[in-house]
Design a protein around this ligand. Structure first.
Ligand SMILES: *[C@@H]1O[C@H](CO)[C@@H](O)[C@H](O)[C@H]1NC(C)=O
Ligand SMILES: *[C@@H]1O[C@H](CO)[C@@H](O)[C@H](O)[C@H]1NC(C)=O
Ligand SMILES: *[C@@H]1O[C@H](CO)[C@@H](O)[C@H](O)[C@H]1NC(C)=O
Length: 210
């Protein structure tokens, strides 16, 4: 007995396989299957495909990602990623990302989750930054040195009140010109604990030692 798939059988089974994968993905839609595509987008979500019932799958986890040119507000944590992350990128790039801080945010934790870029690293305090670098902005009177190199695993905390100027937005500017770079930076707002909440209008109460 010969069991051999003809080309027609093969095409048929490929189609079946694709149909099954789609069905599985439909069940796995991470957020919600919806008819309201505009509502999904305006809520910060992204349509990532279609559910088995034909409705659009709205992925709201997407709103925790941002890339070049974006400004995000109203969320506590965000991952700022390079274009095409996790793939490497290589065009010359000047890119900025803005994170609008909440009223009761007292500091922002910046975690360099996965970084590939040129340079000697933060230990060089900017001295080794040549082709690629990150610059933190948000303060009138304080500019930290640029960061570069293998920052993977490095984390830092930026306090909100530095030099009595209260920033409303933390900006990261990425200047890149090497052949291979990519980044994923997690920013988390640290908010004032509710128990000791003080009036936001009193800047003295927000003062912390840099
Ligand atoms: C880290 O970035 C590199 C280079 O872009 C990528 O190949 C790798 O998959 C990333 N690692 C993780 C855990 O995402
Ligand atoms: C970057 O640093 C991390 C943590 O120290 C290390 O695990 C990793 O291998 C380094 N990557 C490169 C490309 O040197
Ligand atoms: C970096 O980029 C160059 C040129 O595009 C490429 O030949 C090389 O393989 C890349 N290196 C890595 C580690 O991806």
């Amino acid at each position: 007995m010969r069991v051999q798939a003809t080309p027609v059988d093969l095409i048929f089974s490929v189609i079946l396989l694709v149909a099954q994968v789609l069905a599985v993905e439909g069940k796995k839609c991470p957020s919600a299957c919806t008819r309201d595509i505009t509502g999904c987008r305006s809520g910060g979500g992204k349509i990532i495909g279609y559910c088995v019932n034909g409705l659009a799958c709205c992925d709201l986890t997407y709103k925790e990602l941002a890339t070049c040119g974006e400004t995000k507000a109203g969320i506590q944590a965000i991952n700022f990623i390079s274009p095409d992350y996790p793939k490497l990128h290589s065009a010359d790039l000047i890119c900025s990302f803005g994170f609008v801080l909440m009223e009761d945010t007292i500091a922002v934790k910046i975690e360099f989750v996965n970084i590939t870029m040129d340079g000697l690293g933060f230990a060089g305090n900017g001295a080794g930054c040549d082709s690629d670098m990150f610059i933190l902005k948000g303060f009138k009177t304080w500019t930290p040195p640029p960061l570069c190199g293998n920052l993977t695993g490095y984390a830092t905390i930026v306090e909100r009140t530095i030099g009595s100027y209260r920033m409303n937005q933390l900006k990261i500017i990425a200047l890149m010109s090497s052949l291979n770079y990519s980044w994923k930076i997690k920013l988390t707002q640290i908010r004032e604990p509710k128990r000791v909440k003080r009036p936001n209008s009193d800047p003295i109460n927000m003062q912390t030692n840099p």
